[in-house]
Every structure is written in structure tokens, then in C-alpha cells.
Design a binder for this molecule. Structure first.
Ligand code: UDP
Length: 325
């Protein structure tokens, strides 16, 4: 099987390439290197079964050519990270919606199967714990840029379902919950690589708000295992799945755990949201996935314990620090 991955040089994309090559499958990766990096592709250069193109997922002829040469497409190319979204809302909306239109349009010509990456952000401010795939979406006002990301991804999901129902394109939608692990950069605001870097540098660990907001962190290796299994499961086409770990932690607890695991003497410092992001920023209080559907369809659910995830992220940040020192 040959898999076309948009956003292949990104954090999740590069782990997916690794997993597919390990399984003896072929990969064609596309990336515009906006948030992805060549460094993520380096381990695969020259490997049998691996090929890549530098280009945009908005480039319809290029996407069509790549997609036609492969059996299945995993569409990961997107604008990600809360900081990027708040600072560049036009780029976020355009990239997320147009690229998915291009990919689905190309897939429809040949009835080729597509996995589309969505996000737990689509649940928005919903208070239900845990979030199940058929729960309502509770988004905030349009004046707040944060929700543009959720809306753009929700529109991707509508498009995915529309192509499945109307044009008979086999589509799977995967909602990634906070996915973390080696190779993720803290540059776009993600909390765990940030905390790990701060703890190792002896800098203050910056907890936004009161730190009582919670998240569930899934190891990227588990996330890509879920994708590999889903695209190999016939009955998963036309369905949406949560992809995440359901071990919950508050951001304040996370700061303490990272600090302890790093053996760091960093101060844990609270930063008001208004300083961390733009005025009026809204965070979500809790976000826990219901992963029963994923497990029922694939026999798999992400289970790597948070302690192991923290250890892996610290090891990765240590290696980066050593390379830069
Ligand atoms: N956060 C934090 N310090 C940081 C970065 C993020 O306290 O340096 C908080 C952020 O406000 C949110 C949580 O950590 O409540 C997770 O943030 P992230 O951007 O990783 O993902 P999100 O779940 O918001 O998409």
C-alpha cells in the first residue's frame, strides 16, 4: 500500500511516516515547510519506499498528481497551535478549509480514500465529560479568533461527510486530542514542550490562567497507531473518531510533574490569559475524550501513561538543548 501524507514534515506526519515505513508500506509526503521542517524528514531520506515533495496542499494540480499515485491519503496539513491561530486567523481559516477542499476534490475524481485530521477543539466550550463523537459543538463568538480554528475544522468535517454521502468518497475523520511527544516544538504555544524546555533551562514554568484547566495528553506514537488502524478498517469509512488518551491532568499539576521529572528548580509562575494571548481569550476548562468508539472499531486505544509521555518529551528537549548549546 502507498500512502500520501499532506503535512508529512510536521510533528504527527513524521511519526506516521516512521510507522508506515516500519510496516513495509510506501509513503509520499507533501509539505510546504511552514510549520513542518526538513529536519523531521531527514531520517527517511534515501529510505526504500519513501518519497516527498515540497509544496502546498492548496496546489490542486500537485495534490491531484500525488493523490493519484497513492492508494490512500492522510490529510494532516493544517494551521495548528493556538498561538498561530490567534495571531494569523486569515491564514488559519484559508489553509484549513481550502486545503481540505482541494484534497477531497482530487479524491472524488478517482474515488480514493482519505483520512482527514480534525481536532478536539471542535467540541469548543462544551462542559460534558467525556466528549463523544456525536455530542453537540459549543463554540464561542466570532469576535474571538480562537474559535476560527474549531469552525474551520468543523467545516472540514462537514465537507468530509458531504463528500462521503454525496460523492461516495471513502472518508474517515479523526479528532486529535492534545497530541504530544518527541519532535513537537513549543514554538506554536503547545504546553508540554514549552514546560519541558523551561524546566530544563531553569526558566519559570509559565502556567496560564489559574492552572485549574485540564487536558488529556496522548502520545504521538499512539495517535499514529490509531490512524494506521483506522485506514485499515473497512467499516471506519464515513465515520468520525476521537483519538486521544483519557488520563486527565490540570495544567498546574502538569507543571509540577514536569518540574519534578526534570529535577528542575524552576519557579512555577502564573501568567494571566490577557498577557499570554490577546485580550478576551477564552480557554476551555476540561477536555476529555470518550475513546470507546475508536476501541470498538480498531481494538486499540491510546494508553501510554502521562509519566512516560513527560519522560519522552524531556528526553527530546534535552537532546535539542544539547544540539543547540
Ligand atoms: N498553557 C500554559 N502555558 C503554556 C502554554 C499553554 O499554561 O506555556 C495552557 C493553555 O492556556 C491551555 C493548556 O495549557 O489551557 C493547553 O494548551 P495548548 O496550547 O498546548 O493546547 P490547547 O489544548 O489549548 O489546544
Amino acid at each position: 500500500m502507498k500512502v500520501f501524507i499532506t503535512g508529512g514534515a510536521g510533528f504527527i506526519g513524521s511519526h506516521l511516516i516512521e510507522r508506515l515505513l516500519e510496516r513495509g508500506q510506501q509513503v509520499l509526503a507533501l509539505d510546504d515547510l511552514s510549520t513542518g521542517s526538513m529536519e523531521n524528514l531527514e531520517p527517511f531520506l534515501g529510505r526504500k519506499g519513501f518519497d516527498y515533495r515540497i509544496g502546498s496542499a492548496l496546489d490542486a494540480p500537485l495534490v491531484t498528481e500525488c493523490l493519484d499515485r497513492c492508494d490512500v491519503t492522510v490529510h494532516l496539513a493544517a494551521a495548528v497551535g493556538v498561538r498561530l491561530i490567534v495571531e494569523h486567523p486569515v491564514h488559519t481559516i484559508e489553509t484549513n478549509v481550502k486545503a481540505t477542499e482541494v484534497v477531497l476534490g482530487a479524491a472524488a475524481k478517482k474515488q480514493k480514500p482519505v483520512f482527514i485530521a480534525s481536532t478536539s477543539e471542535v467540541y469548543g466550550k462544551g462542559l460534558k465529560i467525556p466528549f463523544a463523537e456525536d455530542d453537540d459543538l459549543t463554540l464561542g463568538a466570532t469576535v474571538n479568533s480562537r474559535w476560527a480554528y474549531a469552525c474551520s475544522k468543523a467545516l472540514d468535517e462537514w465537507l468530509g461527510f458531504a463528500y462521503f454521502r454525496e460523492k461516495k468518497v471513502p472518508v474517515i475523520l479523526g479528532r486529535f486530542f492534545n497530541t504530544v511527544g518527541p519532535r513537537q516544538t513549543g514554538r506554536y504555544g503547545m504546553v508540554l514542550p514549552n514546560f519541558a524546555r523551561q524546566a530544563l533551562a531553569g526558566e519559570p514554568i509559565t502556567v496560564y490562567g489559574n492552572g485549574q484547566q485540564s487536558r488529556c495528553f496522548g502520545h504521538v506514537k499512539d495517535a499514529v497507531e490509531a490512524v494506521v488502524r483506522l485506514i485499515g478498517t473497512d467499516k471506519a469509512w464515513g465515520q468520525v473518531f476521537n483519538i486521544g488518551n483519557d488520563e486527565e491532568v490540570t495544567i498546574e499539576q502538569l507543571a509540577h510533574r514536569v518540574k519534578a521529572a526534570a529535577g528542575s528548580s524552576s519557579e512555577i509562575r502564573r501568567i494571566p490569559y490577557s498577557e499570554a494571548y490577546a485580550e478576551g481569550f477564552e480557554d476551555m476548562a476540561r477536555r476529555v475524550p470518550d475513546v470507546r468508539k475508536l476501541e470498538a472499531f480498531t481494538g486499540f486505544r491510546p494508553r501510554t501513561p502521562l509519566q512516560q509521555i513527560i519522560a519522552d518529551v524531556l528526553a527530546d528537549q534535552r537532546a535539542r538543548k544539547a544540539a543547540n548549546d
